[in-house]
Design a protein around this ligand. Structure first.
Ligand SMILES: CC(C)(COP(=O)(O)OP(=O)(O)OC[C@H]1O[C@@H](n2cnc3c(N)ncnc32)[C@H](O)[C@@H]1OP(=O)(O)O)[C@@H](O)C(=O)NCCC(=O)NCCS
Length: 184
């Protein structure tokens, strides 16, 4: 258990963040309902993302809604003229000791610069704070980028669902990251 926590700490705090295209600082923070239009626009541009209606995203911010983490990464560099540009977001549901990653998208122009890693590290930290025992997710078999990201963060394949996705039909791989040993 101690060893697992040391590994998680190394993953959360030990990763060197790659240089931003603008050279400025991108920050990950909790989203507000004002972020929803940009989230929807980014999600629509990503065929591999899960697709939700704008109303469904808005529901995540309603009082009494199931506990969700909505995290955004925005460019705070004032020199680009694109201050507050949404670079990426993720959405996860935390319930009953489990955290399910429901969506993660990084804008094409900003991919491969560590933003997906930063978002996932923030989710792991939040899930630990909420005493979740694991984070799980499902992903298309052919989604090499996402699968590599999850594997780098320590996620393990737990199952495979045949022909789970449509358009095109494809298997899903289920991944999980154990955060704590049960009974701990
Ligand atoms: C998956 C996604 C969120 C990754 O975001 P990102 O900011 O590019 O990820 P990072 O820069 O943090 O990359 C971390 C690791 O992921 C892997 N990775 C990311 N992009 C990759 C690519 N195009 N090909 C192969 N591996 C890739 C690499 O292992 C990378 O580490 P490295 O750059 O040191 O080799 C992004 O590609 C994306 O938005 N894809 C479309 C939406 C999607 O597929 N969502 C997941 C649905 S389950």
């Amino acid at each position: 258990m101690v060893f697992r926590n040391i590994l998680l700490c190394a993953m959360l705090f030990g990763t060197r963040h790659k240089r931003r295209p603008s050279g400025g600082a991108a920050i990950v923070r909790q989203a507000t309902i004002d972020d929803v239009p940009a989230i929807v626009s980014l999600e629509r541009d990503s065929p591999l993302a899960s697709h939700w209606s704008e109303a469904a995203y808005r529901t995540a911010f309603e009082p009494g809604a199931p506990t969700r983490m909505v995290l955004v990464c925005r460019d705070e560099d004032q020199t680009t003229g694109r201050k507050n540009l949404l670079q990426g977001f993720l959405l996860a549901r935390i319930s009953g000791g489990e955290c399910e990653l429901e969506n993660i998208v990084v804008a094409g122009h900003f991919q491969r610069r560590g933003i997906g890693t930063q978002l996932m590290q923030a989710l792991i930290k939040a899930a630990l704070e909420q005493r979740a025992l694991q984070i799980f997710l499902e992903v298309r078999e052919s989604n090499a980028a996402a699968r590599s990201l999850y594997a780098k963060l320590g996620f393990q394949i737990t199952n495979r669902r045949q022909s789970y996705y449509n358009h095109p039909t494809e298997d899903a791989f289920l991944y999980a990251l154990a955060l704590k040993e049960s009974g701990d």
